[in-house]
Design a binder for this molecule. Structure first.
Ligand code: I3P
Length: 123
């Protein structure tokens, strides 16, 4: 059934506020517009919500779903003047930059997303 293996890569990773900007949609360049998003990682998707989700709440404010199967993830120092920025490129040609001032938080998310990319791409 839906077991611990699904959650195992995300131990220690709860939803968190990250700075996010979508710089490309289906290969088409977008205007950069950094927004704080409540970010939640699943085994094969990265979900962005406008507001923190409460477990009791039925209402959702999800604004974007990043499909990680076949995606690329890489650190970048060229696409932003900000520190701790990494880029996710989806297999449909959408590009997202994610950032937080805390280096260890950025690294934790990078590692967890990379694991989701790897495991969802293999299976
Ligand atoms: C952009 C805004 C972004 C900045 C971007 C600017 O200006 O200042 O924060 O990205 O730089 O163009 P505007 O609000 O007028 O669109 P960073 O914070 O990531 O550096 P860029 O054009 O060099 O990407």
């Amino acid at each position: 059934g839906s077991g611990a293996s699904v959650l195992e890569p995300f131990v220690g990773l709860k939803g968190e506020h990250l700075n996010v900007t979508k710089i490309s949609e289906s290969g088409k360049k977008q205007r950069k517009n950094w927004t704080v998003m409540w970010s939640v990682l699943t085994t094969d998707q990265l979900l962005f919500y406008k507001e923190k989700q409460h477990e009791s709440s039925q209402k959702t404010s999800k604004t974007d779903v990043v499909h990680l199967c076949g995606a690329l993830i890489q650190w970048t120092t060229e696409k932003s003047s900000r520190k701790n920025v990494f880029q996710i490129t989806t297999n449909t040609g959408s590009e997202y930059l994610l950032q937080t001032d805390c280096y260890s938080t950025a690294g934790k998310w990078y590692d967890a997303i990379r694991k989701s990319v790897d495991s969802s791409t293999k299976s």
